[in-house]
Each structure stands twice: as C-alpha cells, then as structure tokens.
Design a binder for this molecule. Sequence first.
Ligand SMILES: Cc1ncc(COP(=O)(O)O)c(C=O)c1O
Length: 254
Amino acid sequence: MAGPTPAESLMGGKGYHPELPPTPVLSSTPTPQNERRRYRIATELVHSEHRDQYGASSMPVYQSATFYQEGANAGGEYDYTRSGNPTRTQLERHLAKIIGCEKCFAVSTGMSALDVVTRVLKPGDEVVTGDDLYGGTNRLLKYLESHNNIVVHHVDTTDLEAVKKALNSKTAMALLETPTNPLIKVCDIKAIAETAHQANKECLVVVDNTMMSPLFQAPLELGADVSYESGTKYLSGHHDVGSTCHCLKYPSRI
Ligand SMILES: Cc1ncc(COP(=O)(O)O)c(C=O)c1O
C-alpha cells in the first residue's frame, strides 16, 4: 500500500485524518465536547494542519473565484468560491479545533453570523435574550420582531430567576452575550443552557463569545449549541480582520 505523500508526512504522517478537524486535541480529561483536545490551546493555535498540495507550512490564500471540474458530471470539492474554497475550509477546520465544535462556518462579519443563526426562527417563536446587547444585535432582533413576528424577551441574564421566568415551551432560542457589550455583564451559560433545554429541549442556546474569544471561554463546553464571534475583536487580535465564524455543537439541529 502506498505510504503517505510527502505533504501528508509533513502534516502529521500516520495520524493525519483528512476527515477530522486538524490536530485532534485531547485535553487531560477528555469529555464528549473536548475529546479532540490533546495539547494546550497555545500549541493548538500554532499547529495548523492543512492539505496544501506542496506542503506549504502556511495555508496559501486561494483567490480564484471558480475551479475547474473533472467533467460535466464530475464535481470537484470546490466549484465556486462563494460556496467554499481551500483557504476558507482551512480556517473553518482550524477554528473548529480551537473552539471544540463539530462544525464551523466562516462568514464575513459577526452580524452575518447572527443573521444566519436567526434564520431558523419561525413566526411565533420566542427568543430570550439580554437587556444589554451589542447595538447591531438589538437592531436585528427588533427587525425580526417587526417583520417576522418573532417574540423577543429582554431580561437581565445575570439574574437566573428572571431568565427562568421568561423561558417557556415556545422559546426557540436563548441568545446570550456574555460578557455584554457595553456593560460587561456576565451570565451563567451552564445554568441558563440547562434551564433553557428543560423549558424546550429543541431550544437553541446561542452565545455571542466576541468579548472573550475561544481562548478564555468555551460556550459549547458549558452547554451552548452555537457559539459565534465577531472576528474584528479578540479573535483576530489586531483589529485588522473583518470576519467571523459560528460554530455548532450539533450541526444537524440547524
Ligand atoms: C459583542 C458583539 N457582537 C457582535 C458584533 C458584530 O460584529 P461585526 O461588527 O463583525 O458584524 C460586535 C461588534 O462590535 C460586538 O461587539
């Protein structure tokens, strides 16, 4: 049987599993959520395995809009860059590893991530969220209330009893920003996630993790279903990247 190609060897040899997020990491105590963690986050951050054909140590930036196909009926992995390209795949795989999620999608901004996530809401659905939120989030929720008949309850999410009162079987989403922007209010993601799933097991617990970054807070490990970040803040570190990602624990639910 043919051994690994030189590029595969560079990328991890035998342990290279293209179907898994790169460098599957196991932390000291594996759990269902973090079973891929093996090294400390600082190590994981600098280890970015990818499938570049020449084994480039840094993922090349693919600027091509379109990709040649093998034939009329033989679609390749990529065809049109809006649907995906190798650079974006690598970013998503790297973030999935760091965030500890099943699936990560990179989109252009934090607001587009929230827009994508809130598309699951149907008229009549209820959302429980904070009373201090990033302005754009407030505006998007107002739009959904006035145009899509979504019912939004704003409560002080630092008060678990207040959150419990607002949750009910119609709560389709608990949207938590923690710490909040601008008042830096911190809520108990784990307790709220448990209560929200008790009120409605289908309820999606979504966390805007912008203010903490995956380095300091792992919402999915605390029971959230979706975590997203505005890439212009701590995720990029230099305030020079406009992007975001949203990461799902259970992709099939969205
Ligand atoms: C907490 C928080 N969430 C979301 C956003 C929106 O992100 P973006 O500006 O990338 O659309 C911001 C932007 O300031 C933010 O501070």
